[in-house]
Design a protein around this ligand. Structure first.
Ligand code: SF4
Length: 392
C-alpha cells in the first residue's frame, strides 16, 4: 500500500469527527478503506481533505486523519474498536510528516487535524502525535494550522507540549458525564482521563505566559460529543457544555449525531436525527455568545430541545411575543435575545442609533437584521414592526 492509499484508509471515517468551524455530512455505516469509485488520482488525494474555516475566519483545506487506525480500546460506537475486522493502517511520525508536507507543497492540504487510535496506551500514543507535530514544526518548518488530539490518559507535560506545537487542541469527552460514558466507552475514565486534560489546558493558559505557546499564543480547546449514543438528554449535554464554557473556556463543543456502525455493539441502535445535532449547536451558541442560560432553554420535561423550532425562536415565542422590545432603547444583551439579531447586528444597531433612531423595518434590513424573523418581537418607536412588515 502506498502512502496515499494508507492516508485514504486512515481518513475514511474522519467525517465522523467534526472539526474546526465547518463539518461534512456523515456517511452512515460506511466501511473504512472503501475507495471512492471513478475518481482521478488528484481527486483521490483530495478525498481526505476537508474545507474548514478557522477561528479567525480563514478558509483552509484541512487534512483530517489518524496516525493509526489500530486501537486497543473497545468504544461501542467506534469503527476503529479493537477486534473489528477491517483493514488498518499506520504511519510513523516522520513518514506522516513527509507525506503531509508533500501534499502541502502541492497545494492539496494547508493544515492538519491529527488524531489516532490508541496503540500501546494513551501516553505512548500521545508521544507519537507530539513527535509528528514536532517534526512538522521544527524539522520541516511547517507554520500552518495544526489541530492535535489529546489522547485519553495523556500526561500534563504532554498536554503542555501539545500546546507549544498546535493552534488548537481537543479532547473528545464523547458523553456528558461518567454514567453516560460508561454506556459508550466502558474503559475510559470521564473525570481523570478526559476532563482532566481540558482542565490542564486552561490551567496552563492561566499560569504561563502566552509566548510559550505556538506562534506566541496558547491554542484554543474544543471537545466532541456523540449525540444519542448513550440515551443522554440535551439537558445533560448542554449542562456539561455550559460548565466547560465557563470553567475551561472551551472554544466550541462539537455534536456528532450517533450513527450505527456495523459490527459494533451499537449496530442495531437507531441513528440520531441530525436535526437534534443542529438544535444542540444552536443552543450551545446561545449559551456561549448570546448570554442565554440553561434555564432559558425550552427543554421538554424529559430534557430535550424541541426539534421543530430553533431554541431562540422558541424562547422568543414564550417571552417576547406579548412583550416586544423597543429597538431604539434596548441594551446589547436584550437585542441579542431577538431572533434575527446576533452579536454583530446588535453592535450595529447600538452604533447607528447613537446618531439616528431607527424609523422603519427597511433601515433595520440595511444593517443586516433578518427582519421577518425579528419583526414579531420588536417595536420601532413604540410601533409593532410586524404591522409595518404587513404593509408590504
Ligand atoms: S479510543 Fe478512539 S479510536 Fe479507539 S475505539 Fe475508542 S473512540 Fe475508537
Amino acid at each position: 500500500m502506498d502512502s496515499i492509499q494508507r492516508l485514504q484508509l486512515l481518513s475514511e471515517q474522519m467525517e465522523l469527527e467534526p472539526a474546526e468551524e465547518t463539518r461534512a455530512g456523515h456517511k452512515a455505516g460506511s466501511e473504512p478503506g472503501t475507495p471512492p469509485a471513478c475518481i482521478t488520482p488528484k481527486q483521490q488525494e483530495a478525498v481526505f481533505v476537508h474545507p474548514a474555516q478557522l477561528p479567525n475566519g480563514q478558509s483552509i483545506k484541512l487534512l483530517k486523519t489518524l496516525l493509526t487506525s489500530a486501537c486497543e480500546q473497545d468504544c461501542f460506537y467506534c469503527p476503529f474498536r479493537t477486534g473489528r475486522d477491517f483493514r488498518r493502517a499506520t504511519f510513523k511520525p516522520a513518514e506522516f510528516a513527509g507525506v503531509f508536507m508533500e501534499l502541502n507543497r502541492r497545494g492539496v492540504a494547508e493544515g492538519t487535524f491529527l488524531s489516532s487510535g490508541i496503540a500501546g496506551g494513551g501516553i505512548r500514543t500521545q508521544d507519537q502525535l507530539l513527535d509528528t507535530a514536532d517534526i512538522l514544526r521544527h524539522k520541516l518548518s511547517f507554520r500552518g494550522y495544526i489541530h492535535l488530539k489529546i489522547m485519553p490518559g495523556a500526561e500534563k507535560a504532554q498536554v503542555e507540549r501539545a500546546m507549544q506545537l498546535a493552534d488548537r487542541v481537543s479532547v473528545n469527552l464523547e458523553a456528558p458525564n461518567t454514567n453516560r460514558l460508561a454506556r459508550l466507552a466502558p474503559h475510559k475514565q470521564f473525570m481523570d482521563e478526559l476532563l482532566q486534560p481540558l482542565r490542564w489546558v486552561e490551567e496552563i493558559r492561566n499560569s504561563q505566559p502566552a509566548y510559550k505557546g505556538w506562534n506566541g499564543r496558547w491554542p484554543s480547546s474544543t471537545t466532541q460529543f456523540v449525540v444519542g449514543g448513550a440515551d443522554e438528554s440535551d439537558l445533560e449535554l448542554l449542562t456539561t457544555t455550559a460548565w466547560l464554557n465557563k470553567n475551561v473556556r472551551l472554544k466550541r463543543a462539537y455534536f456528532s449525531a450517533f450513527n450505527p456502525i456495523i459490527d459494533t455493539p451499537l449496530e442495531n441502535k437507531t441513528a440520531t436525527d441530525p436535526l437534534r445535532e443542529h438544535r444542540l449547536y444552536q443552543a450551545s451558541f446561545l449559551l456561549r455568545d448570546y448570554g442565554f442560560d440553561l434555564e432559558d432553554m425550552p427543554f421538554t420535561s424529559e430534557g430535550f430541545l424541541p426539534l421543530h423550532s430553533d431554541p431562540k425562536l422558541a424562547w422568543a415565542q414564550l417571552n417576547l411575543k406579548d412583550k416586544p422590545i423597543e429597538i431604539n432603547r434596548a441594551d446589547r444583551q436584550t437585542l441579542m435575545r431577538v431572533p434575527g439579531i446576533g452579536p454583530k447586528t446588535a453592535e450595529a444597531i447600538l452604533r447607528i442609533r447613537r446618531v439616528n433612531a431607527f424609523k422603519d423595518t427597511s433601515s433595520l434590513q440595511k444593517v443586516g437584521i433578518q427582519v421577518p424573523r425579528a419583526a414579531p418581537y420588536i417595536l420601532i418607536n413604540g410601533r409593532r414592526a410586524a404591522q409595518q412588515l404587513s404593509l408590504f
